[in-house]
Design a protein. Structure first.
Length: 121
């Protein structure tokens, strides 16, 4: 079972994601303070990250870069899950090291498919 760390400042979002992911058999870790995410990740060692972009400092773009700067997370998939649906946000997210990008609202099956694809690669 893969361990997924979700980072979103909105607890309602992480609660929903936890419910969906646990139903699909994933182990989950919810972080609602992006400033604590890197240290928590070093302890938990997730197999995949789900990051929101619109968070207090660091925002999701910066957090993605910070995770990629850690050698232990260089190849760990990072899927952005955000309401931002513009091409600039996508470009910056991929430039920061994101593996994939999913806009809210999304279909639960689409999230599962993206997670499984990222874990296989």
């Amino acid at each position: 079972m893969a361990k997924i760390m979700m980072v979103d400042d909105d607890k309602l979002v992480t609660d929903l994601l936890q419910k969906l992911l646990k139903a699909d058999g994933f182990e989950t870790i919810a972080i609602n303070d992006s400033a604590k995410a890197v240290e928590a990740a070093k302890i938990e060692m997730p197999d995949l990250f789900l990051l929101d972009l619109m968070m207090p400092q660091p925002d999701g773009f910066r957090l993605c870069r910070m995770l990629r700067e850690e050698s232990i997370f260089t190849n760990t998939p990072i899927i952005i899950v955000t309401a931002l649906d513009d091409s600039d946000s996508r470009a910056v997210a991929f430039g920061a090291g994101a593996t994939d990008y999913l806009t809210k609202p999304f279909h639960p099956g689409e999230l599962k498919d993206k997670i499984l694809e990222a874990l296989e690669n």
